[in-house]
Ligand binder design. Structure first.
Ligand SMILES: CCC[C@H](O)CC(=O)SCCNC(=O)CCNC(=O)[C@H](O)C(C)(C)COP(=O)([O-])OP(=O)([O-])OC[C@H]1O[C@@H](n2cnc3c(N)ncnc32)[C@H](O)[C@@H]1OP(=O)([O-])[O-]
Length: 718
């Protein structure tokens, strides 16, 4: 809807009304058209202001309408109606002017923004391009390089930057609506000839060809197979080669291609998935809207290694008082220096005040006694963690939430060391913890809904996307990683090289292939876990070397570790690096020789494995585990898994996440391939299709939002 009023007698004010972000739904578009006609027809009205209800100008087209049939007046003619008006129209931008919202503002003759407003064309993040004149008007207004940058990244600009770029005419610290009304009165009756952006000449510059070539190269490099950024460049290109009307036709053509693409569907699904995970629920019926978080003012971190440092930074930046504990004085000092540096760099980058004074450092665990929440972040060693939880249980004031930063250990085993197991939850941060957006919040069978709600809220305060997951080995992310990694190892045994497997995964869109990631995070991490699980049997030969518990096992990772090849940190892993700590992975002839010798030793004959098999085996094994996780009630829905994989494991966002991808490929096709591979490799458990995927495929593969209906309610966990 749009509400019409008259202010000071001569200014018609149109207020968009569609909470929460005044998106341009059919009703809003109809409202704008109707109220514009009214303002233009009233002789007393000399100028018009367009603003949004509740301090938000407009969040753009209503994404929820994208799947349905188009109703109401289209956006482009609506914006033309505004631009063609003979009375000045001023946009009063508060909160946000994004996507179609900014395009609407660009159709107005003037733009006044509040200093806290954010403006941008983020359509590219939804797999689209600005399709209501944004690709034609913005370059005419601010020039090609700045427009290209904003449109291809989709980033939000501050009001100050928008003023500097020339997107807005004025910025105010007070009410933008009041300022716009005043402004509208001052320009009433003035000529609008120079204010209609569509009539501006095409952008010209001798180096335009070079600019576009560079932009295209850059988006192709960073897009990792996403088509929208490339199409955005093509659309902006039309603004310099074609007159406005023809440019608009080209924009519409390109927009239509993107609109129906699988990538756009994936990105829009992901947009809603990332928001849906905050509405968590558990198998016992505990929910986000019925569980109240406890107030947390003071937090403590125990263990200031890489993870503990990042967590301390995140907590301090969220405005909490932090006690950071490291028992060895030397390590404490080193950590203090490192954390100060991280805080300083981060404050500079984000333009926020330094939060250094928020953190107090201490050598004694006793210092956490009055904290409301403690995050233990010591080594991944159950015995050590247990000792700390026993200590904490005696030291902390009643009601303190005890959290462990573990990537897969049993939360319940730790909870059982304390007097209040209901106050124990896992907080699985991803490295670097102050940068990565993902947080897996793990509830054990005894964690209280209140404890879970508090940890979820804490994650939000730290700017993370928190996903609630149940307690099992590896939780969601690392549990799914296991069969994926396993397949990658098996492919090497059968004839592939790390470079070939990584190339296939990178072409699919992963930021890094599995072997490069493994080198980056350290091969010794998994080795330690496998050793603790009794899987590593040094010197074993013959058939038993490749079998564990009746299942196929590849000792390749263990053998590399035995050689001291831990990845980047030792300069050697699945690849070679120019020095320990080096970043550029180069194929390693030694590794190739080692693989040949390994195959010969185990009687394995190398074969040429095609791309499709490599991709299918890695991805479908991972997806199959995802279905098992849903079936076990460890994740509440496919959205949770997809958000974890996109934010924590480099899954390409334009492919929606592994579960969305499975739906896109077709569940019957995924099932058929899993059945095939399981027949070929009956000793690989991870390839045996789980019953949920069978059930869904047998029920005509319902759309992803209906999968929850097919999941049997597991036993209560909370
Ligand atoms: C021809 C067309 C051409 C045109 O060029 C295409 C476009 O404009 S494409 C559009 C280009 N525009 C964009 O890409 C902007 C997308 N939006 C954003 O980036 C952020 O939502 C925004 C910054 C606005 C607010 O952030 P925040 O304060 O952290 O709040 P939040 O993020 O939690 O959202 C609150 C609620 O609002 C919902 N919702 C939001 N936007 C839309 C929408 N457009 N529609 C519908 N719903 C929308 C959101 O789902 C959530 O719902 P719920 O049920 O409560 O979960």
């Amino acid at each position: 809807m749009a509400f019409y009023s008259r202010v000071s007698g001569s200014v018609g004010v149109i207020t968009l009304q569609n909470p929460p972000v005044n998106a341009l739904s059919a009703a809003v578009r109809q409202g704008i058209v109707d109220t514009m006609h009214r303002a233009l027809s009233e002789p007393e009205v000399k100028s018009v202001v367009i603003c949004g209800q509740n301090g938000k100008f407009c969040g753009g087209a209503d994404i929820r309408e994208f799947g349905a049939n188009m109703r109401g007046p289209p956006l482009v003619p609506m914006i033309h109606l505004i631009e063609a008006a003979e009375k000045p129209v001023v946009a009063a931008i508060e909160g946000v002017a994004l996507g179609g919202g900014l395009e609407l503002a660009l159709g107005c003759h003037y733009r006044i923004a509040h200093s806290k407003a954010r403006l941008g064309l983020p359509e590219v993040t939804l797999g689209l391009l600005p399709g209501a004149g944004g690709t034609q008007r913005l370059p005419r207004l601010i020039g090609v390089p700045a427009a290209l940058e904003l449109i291809t990244t989709g980033r939000h600009a501050t009001a100050a930057e928008a003023l500097q770029l020339g997107i807005v005419d004025e910025v105010t610290d007070h009410s933008a609506v009041d300022a716009a009304v005043k402004f509208a009165q001052s320009v009433a009756g003035k000529s609008l000839d120079a204010r209609r952006i569509s009539t501006y000449p095409r952008p010209r510059s001798p180096d335009l060809a070079e600019i576009f070539e560079k932009a295209m190269k850059e988006v192709r490099r960073s897009a990792r197979g996403a088509i929208a950024p490339v199409t955005c460049v093509q659309a902006v290109h039309a603004s310099v080669t074609l007159p406005y009307a023809k440019g608009m036709e080209r924009e519409r053509e390109l927009f239509s291609t993107l609109f129906t693409s699988g990538q756009a569907h994936a990105l829009q699904y992901y947009f809603f998935a990332q928001r849906a995970v905050s509405r968590w629920s558990t198998p016992s019926g505990a929910r986000w809207d019925t569980s109240k978080p406890r107030p947390v003012h003071k937090a403590a971190v125990i263990g200031l290694g890489t993870m503990g440092r990042g967590i301390s930074v995140s907590l301090a930046q969220a405005g909490l008082s932090v006690v950071a504990v490291e028992t060895q004085e030397k390590q404490l000092l080193e950590a203090k220096q490192a954390v100060s540096g991280m805080l300083e760099r981060s404050a500079k980058r984000r333009g926020v005040p330094l939060a250094d004074d928020k953190i107090k450092y201490n050598c004694s665990v006793q210092a956490v006694a009055d904290a409301d929440l403690v995050i233990e972040a010591v080594f991944e060693d159950m015995a050590l963690k247990k000792t700390i939880f026993q200590q904490l249980s005696g030291i902390c004031k009643p009601g303190t939430l005890l959290c462990t930063n573990t990537s897969g250990l049993d939360i319940d085993e730790l909870a059982s060391q304390t007097q209040s197991p209901e106050l124990v939850v896992g907080m699985h941060f991803f490295a670097p913890a102050h940068v990565m957006k993902l947080l897996e919040v793990v509830y054990g069978p005894r964690s209280s809904p209140e404890a879970l709600a508090t940890a979820m809220e804490m994650g939000k305060k730290m700017g993370k996307v928190s996903v609630a997951v149940g307690n099992c080995r590896g939780f969601v992310g690392n549990r799914m990683l296991k069969p994926y990694l396993e397949q990658a190892f098996f492919l090497l045994e059968e004839g592939a090289t790390p470079e070939q497997v990584d190339q296939v995964l990178e072409e699919f869109g992963f930021a890094m292939g599995v072997f490069k990631v493994s080198d980056l995070s350290g091969l010794d991490v998994g080795w330690k876990v496998r050793k603790a699980d009794g899987l590593v049997v040094p010197g074993s030969t013959g058939k038993s070397a490749r079998i564990r518990g009746g299942s196929r096992y590849s000792p390749l990772g263990d053998l590399l570790c035995e050689q001291g090849r831990f990845g980047q940190k030792t300069g050697r892993g699945w690849y070679q690096y120019d020095k320990p700590g080096g970043r550029v992975a180069k194929p390693d002839p030694w590794l190739h020789g080692f693989l040949e010798e390994y195959r010969a030793r185990h009687g394995l004959v190398a074969r040429r494995i095609d791309h499709q098999e490599m991709l299918e085996r890695c991805l479908y094994a991972l997806i199959n585990e995802g279905f098992q996780i849903l079936q076990d009630g460890i994740a509440a829905g496919p959205e949770d898994i997809d958000v974890i994989y996109v934010l924590g494991y480099g899954w390409p966002r334009h492919r929606g996440g592994p579960m969305f991808y499975a739906g896109l490929v077709g569940l019957d096709k995924v099932l058929e391939r899993l059945e095939h591979y399981h027949q070929v490799y009956p000793d690989v458990l991870g390839l045996k299709p789980c019953s949920l995927i069978r059930k869904l495929a047998a029920s005509s593969s319902p759309p992803i939002h209906r999968w929850r209906e097919f999941i049997q309610k597991p036993r209560s966990q909370l």
